[in-house]
Design a protein around this ligand. Structure first.
Ligand code: AMP
Length: 486
């Protein structure tokens, strides 16, 4: 049962912002958490990004702070009243953007501080006074030490993605930050799991919390059309391009299993004229935020990403998700394809299985999503000019693509990015479609006739825009958080 926001008696400026966001009904976490937070109780919530939890804590928090709203220019009239702590800069940035949108018709001020960038602009903003401060723990402590942030009037604190904060080793920082807050406050803790460490944290800092659990969906949305193609590593890029073209897709997310594979694939797609950006752990903070913003603004067509780099990022309602590599962990499959087919929109999820461990990994996915998966052969629109490599011209397949694929699948695991490859008995590689070329004897190419790939190359500029992918489109409707007030 989902209910409408109108049942909540939200203050008019907040209700208006919610309506402008296009939300009609509450998500389960919102339905359960908002009334509890409005009543001033502590919450221990098991919910992940993508469940609507940011609005679940932000809306009631803003509603309760409206009594402090004022238009004074004096910083003293705008002390920090609510603190939201998150483990990563991307998440902090995203949550801060959402808070700004929900608060846009109020006079409440919000700001975000995270590390990796200059402290000065953040300091200036803090000095002017903000009611809602979104932060990562390390940078917040820097600001506390520099006396830019004073937390003795905080009434609400949200520990978001608490399990990840503990994983990263933020516990001492969190303990220090919490020691600066008044004892009398409302504390909300969100975590994907309630591990013993999380329960200990909650035991120390929450008072009689109401526990709310929203299960992570292991079932994939019925609005997502899922295909698994049996494609050799060499043919994956070609398959990707063909499906983009056949389906008239404007944007897609392409998942790979390693940082190295990610950078290489993005580079080679870019070389082929597809407007592509890579998102992986080795990118600087600034590069990652820019990549994300460019994709959301429709300036980038393909975002190639590793699971770790993409986890928790608010990129969704993408028309299609490609699993260029089958994820090592079946849960990541659900996570990856959850970025398409949201809110009743139809989405497409295409996975390329190339043999090796993939058959086993696909079987794991089948078990998890409880759906039978058929491995389909892929039929290419035209045959490749395989016999022409002696003519001195380079086909895109000659640019080390097989090497790319090997790097992705056979490289030793990279720290923090790749998941363990399960060992197991050898198995048969899935059947790949037969190429009639190998049935024929080699013939010297007719020099007069232009090779098919050359004709294709004419329609595919080496840089910039391909014939089937258009750049510089604005697709804000795809991303509910894309628009941001100044
Ligand atoms: P979150 O889990 O907070 O990261 O939110 C995930 C996405 O869902 C964000 O893009 C929100 O804008 C969107 N969202 C949150 N609540 C709702 C709702 N009630 N209806 C539709 N979309 C929502």
């Amino acid at each position: 049962m989902t209910s409408s926001f109108s049942n909540l008696s939200l203050a008019e400026p907040l209700a208006r912002a919610v309506a402008e966001m296009g939300y009609e009904t509450m998500t389960p976490i919102q339905e359960q958490a908002i009334p509890v937070v409005l009543a001033g109780q502590d919450v221990m919530g098991a919910a992940q990004t993508g469940t609507g939890k940011t609005a679940a804590f932000s809306l009631p928090l803003l509603q309760r702070m409206l009594k402090h709203e004022n238009s004074s220019t004096s910083p003293a009239r705008h002390p920090v009243r609510a603190l939201v702590l998150l483990p990563t800069r991307e998440l902090a940035d995203q949550v801060a953007q959402q808070v700004k949108l929900y608060a846009k018709h109020t006079q409440l001020r919000s700001a975000v501080v995270f590390g990796g960038i200059d402290m000065k602009p953040q300091t200036l903003e803090l000095k002017k006074g903000v009611e809602v401060l979104v932060a990562t723990p390390g940078r917040l402590l820097d600001h506390i030490e520099a006396k830019n942030a004073v937390l003795n009037q905080v009434e609400y604190v949200v520990l978001d993605e608490a399990d990840r904060m503990l994983d990263i080793g933020f516990l001492p920082d969190l303990q220090r930050i919490l020691s600066f807050l008044p004892k009398q406050r409302t504390t909300l803790l969100f975590s994907a799991t309630f591990s013993p460490e999380i329960k200990r944290l909650a035991g120390s800092y929450l008072q009689n919390p109401v526990t709310i659990e929203v299960a992570r969906p292991n079932e994939t949305a019925s609005t997502v059309e899922q295909h698994f193609y049996s494609v050799s590593d060499d043919d994956k890029r070609r398959a990707l391009k063909q499906i983009l073209k056949q389906r008239g897709l404007k944007q897609a997310f392409v998942f790979v299993n390693s940082k190295l594979g990610c950078a290489r694939l993005a580079r080679s797609l870019e070389r082929e004229g597809l407007n592509t950006t890579a998102l992986h752990g080795d990118k600087s903070q600034d590069e990652r935020l820019k990549a994300l913003a460019a994709f959301k603004a429709g300036e980038v067509d393909l975002l190639v990403a590793t699971d770790v780099a993409a986890r928790g990022l608010d990129i969704k309602d993408v028309p299609a998700v490609f699993n260029f590599d089958i994820p090592f962990n079946a849960e990541d499959y659900v996570h990856r394809i959850g970025r398409t087919g949201r809110a009743g929109a139809s989405g497409l999820a295409v996975s390329f299985a190339s043999g090796g461990n993939d058959v086993r990994l696909v079987a794991d996915i089948e078990k998890l999503i409880k759906k039978k998966i058929e491995l389909e052969p892929i039929e290419f629109e035209e045959d490749r000019p395989r016999g022409r490599i002696n003519d001195g011209r380079r086909h895109w397949r000659d640019e080390g693509e097989a090497g790319d694929a090997r790097d992705v699948l056979d490289q030793p695991r990279e720290r923090s990015e790749a998941r363990p490859v399960r060992s197991g008995r050898p198995h048969r590689a899935p059947a790949t479609p037969r190429d009639p070329f190998f049935e024929q004897p080699y013939e010297t190419p007719e020099r007069e006739a232009a090779p098919a790939w050359e004709a294709a190359a004419k329609t595919t500029p080496s840089r910039g825009i391909s014939s089937n992918i258009k750049s510089k489109r604005k697709v804000p409707a795809l991303f509910k958080t894309a628009a941001q007030p100044n």
